[in-house]
Design a protein around this ligand. Structure first.
Ligand SMILES: NC(=O)c1ccc[n+]([C@@H]2O[C@H](COP(=O)([O-])OP(=O)(O)OC[C@H]3O[C@@H](n4cnc5c(N)ncnc54)[C@H](O)[C@@H]3O)[C@@H](O)[C@H]2O)c1
Length: 435
């Protein structure tokens, strides 16, 4: 049985199913079609499915030109019809793993999709979970649901966890050149999943079990969260001591070993770094273990938008002005530069907090035409000289590459820079986080 699937993978006749066609699933589907596989994509959003089938991409990392070529060649088809899960040889699950309001892991999409697969599970199929989750999910949650089919993992079908490590809008690293970690529930599952991913990734790193693969992904994101918190805390100390944190970071980065630069900012955003650590801290409690670094990092990072807002208030006070009634524009609302993703964006929190303190809020983001604010919909304001000079403050929250920072500073009365992009510019109208 495994040799049949192996042969189909090797000669590219295996058909792949990818569930969840978002930031992770759609680029993965495109990568497999580029490698010569037929892909059937599944999503619950009919709008997304129709968009893919008409060659229109909604994810920047897969252009519409590329998508329409794939769709015209009939190597990618999208569907909402889960009964077609039985048509494919291997299935990658790329559905969201959010948190509940009380920051508990919400595995409902993973569970639902495992149930859908289980109803149609075929002998010899490979199932890989890619969604970020706590160690134990593949074995404790997915496996028992799949075995309700009456088939046995490891002998009748294959099961592995392989975390997605992609970084949207990263021009250097992508699915091809980021090593793919694979941990199967048995050696055969690991080998088959590794063979599959080696068709699209230059390097595959097999590990001994799904738990190691699951923990590795969380460790990578906790590492980022903790280091960002460290530099965010240092930035606040530097402000008190009148030292520039940006200069300190640049100086430290001259050390050729033992140091890696992280930068302060207005807080964490995106679907990964602000959420994933909670998957680990929640699971740790089952073992009477408190992950203190995760908690402290979350506390420091989540308080950053509040810190930014209190600094802006201080600046207004020092000029004898009031934030209440002031016209403030937040520059960049995507959670990081050059992406169209606003999930968990600290810019939204800053807009909310400044609005609650009486400021009249607007924003600009070339990637985000509208945002919801306090029962209203804000529309991205055009950045004309006239508009900039009419504002009381511009808050640089996300410095997209297309922004002409020098020009924006020259036209503005006051710029509060949370990203250090005005470094090197002088002007009484510039105030930077971390200085
Ligand atoms: N975005 C990233 O940069 C990134 C990087 C690494 C890992 N991850 C992880 O990958 C997973 C997916 O994240 P994403 O950013 O691609 O999410 P996303 O929201 O961009 O895409 C998820 C897609 O799944 C669909 N979906 C939701 N429930 C479904 C269901 N039950 N059945 C079928 N489709 C369903 C949604 O409609 C959406 O199109 C998450 O676990 C995330 O933590 C994300």
């Amino acid at each position: 049985m495994p040799s049949l699937l192996k042969e189909k993978i090797k000669d590219r006749s295996a058909k792949l199913g990818i569930i969840g066609l978002g930031y992770v699933g759609l680029p993965l589907a495109a990568a497999f079609t580029d490698a010569g596989f037929k892909v059937l994509g599944f999503d619950i959003q009919e709008k997304r499915v129709n968009s893919i089938n008409s060659g229109k991409s909604y994810i920047a990392d897969v252009t519409s030109d590329r998508l329409s070529a794939i769709v015209v060649d009939r190597v990618l088809e999208a569907t909402v019809d889960q009964s077609r899960l039985g048509e494919v040889d291997a299935i990658c699950i790329c559905v969201p793993t959010p948190l509940t309001k009380t920051k508990e892991p919400d595995l409902s999409a993973v569970i639902h999709e495992s149930e859908e697969i289980s109803k149609r599970l075929q002998r010899g199929q490979l199932v890989v979970l890619e969604s970020t989750t706590y160690p134990g999910t593949t074995r404790e949650v997915v496996l028992p649901i799949l075995e309700r089919s009456g088939l046995k993992a490891g002998s009748d079908f294959y099961l592995a966890f392989s975390p997605e490590r992609a970084d949207p809008a990263n021009e250097t690293y992508n699915i091809q050149n980021i090593p793919k970690i694979v941990g199967g529930i048995d050696p055969q599952s690991t080998r088959i999943a590794a063979l599959l991913y080696s068709q699209v990734a230059e390097a595959v790193a097999p590990v001994s079990c799904p738990e190691v693969a699951e923990m590795t992904k969380l460790f990578e994101n906790v590492f980022r969260s903790v280091n960002i918190a460290l530099v965010n805390e240092l930035a606040q100390l530097c402000e008190r001591m009148s030292i520039s944190v940006w200069e300190v970071i640049d100086a430290a980065a001259t050390k050729p070993f033992g140091y890696m630069p992280f930068y302060p900012g207005p807080g964490l955003g995106g679907h990964c770094i602000p959420l994933d650590p909670y998957y680990l801290s929640n699971k740790a409690r089952e073992y009477d273990f408190h992950t203190r670094f995760i908690e402290v990092a979350a506390e420091v990072n989540e308080q950053m938008p509040y810190h930014v807002v209190s600094r802006i208030m201080e600046v207004f006070n020092s000029h004898g002005k009031s934030l209440c009634g002031a016209k403030v524009l937040v520059l960049g609302v995507a959670y990081k530069k050059d992406v169209e993703d606003i999930r968990e964006s600290p810019s939204l929190k800053i807009i909310q907090l400044l609005g609650e303190r009486g400021a009249s809020m607007r924003y600009n983001d070339p990637y985000i035409p509208t945002v919801q604010h306090d029962h209203d919909v804000l529309i991205s304001t055009e950045l004309t000289d006239k508009c900039l000079s009419s504002l009381d403050c511009v808050v640089i929250a996300t410095a997209h590459s297309c922004y002409d920072i020098e020009k924006i500073v020259a036209s503005s009365k006051l710029v509060f820079d949370t990203r250090g992009v005005t470094k090197g510019l002088n002007g009484d109208n510039i105030v930077r986080l971390g200085e």
